[in-house]
Design a binder for this molecule. Structure first.
Ligand SMILES: *Cc1c(COP(=O)(O)O)cnc(C)c1O
Length: 226
């Protein structure tokens, strides 16, 4: 087996083991293979090893790469989306993980209506309140939730976060717990399921699964170093 197929297999095994430890069914957690910076030939190799769901974080790169790959692959957009790029990105992806303001959500809703699309979205939360990061502050999200839920084209699946880089995977656990608590609170307050939690990357995806992640975004553990 080549190195990339071997790494994909290892990540899948670690996901299954984390599900097992957490008493969750393996089907509850999706693997999003983050292919940013890697050329289409490498993505094709990962696809041939059995992975069909991929994530990109830069609009320009996504617009160039996605059309070069088979239609059978599914794509999610995970990076900060500038409003003027939404029209190009929405037709290429089934979900956007990085809806980080009410203004962006409103714009995506408008473009989606024009294009006849109903994108799935996750609301990105700046869960640690970092100055350098995009995302709703938890308080802003509480205040915006009603308006977000009223946007008819958007299928809001849940919340997404990129917690601060810590010394080890365990350092992410309190942030993942805070995400789940915020999700539960919003879900109860608005009577909506918000079942999706997009959280966990190469360094901490097992902890994320233990704390309720439903989709892990894993790049370097599959593709190698960028
Ligand atoms: C790059 C990226 C990932 C994957 O990171 P790795 O550490 O390579 O697994 C996940 N989520 C987002 C938003 C990213 O930009």
């Amino acid at each position: 087996m080549d190195a990339i197929a071997e790494r994909l297999r290892a990540v899948r095994e670690r996901i299954a083991a984390a599900c097992d430890r957490a008493g969750r069914a393996p089907g509850e957690v999706e693997l999003l293979a983050v292919s940013k910076t890697f050329p289409s030939e490498v993505v094709r190799e990962v696809a041939e090893a059995g992975q069909c769901l991929f994530g990109e974080n830069r609009a320009q790169e996504a617009v160039e790469k996605i059309p070069m790959l088979p239609d059978s692959l599914r794509w999610h957009f995970i990076g900060h989306l500038q409003r003027n790029k939404a029209r190009k990105i929405l037709p290429l992806v089934e979900a956007v993980h990085s809806v980080d303001s009410l203004r962006l959500a409103g714009h995506i809703n408008q473009v989606a209506a024009d294009l006849g699309l109903s994108p799935k979205v996750y609301l990105e939360v700046n869960i640690a309140g970092e100055a350098s990061k995009h995302g709703f502050q938890p308080g802003d999200l509480r205040a915006s939730m009603q308006a977000l839920l009223a946007l008819p084209q958007l299928e809001i699946l849940g919340l997404m976060a990129v917690p601060p880089v810590g010394p080890d995977a365990g350092a992410s656990r309190p942030w993942f717990l805070a995400m789940r608590a915020l999700r539960d609170e919003l879900s109860a307050a608005h009577g909506v399921p918000l079942g999706g939690l997009s959280m966990g990357m190469s360094n901490d995806f097992e902890v994320a699964i233990e704390e309720g992640s439903t989709i892990v975004r894993v790049g370097s553990s599959i593709f190698g170093r960028r």
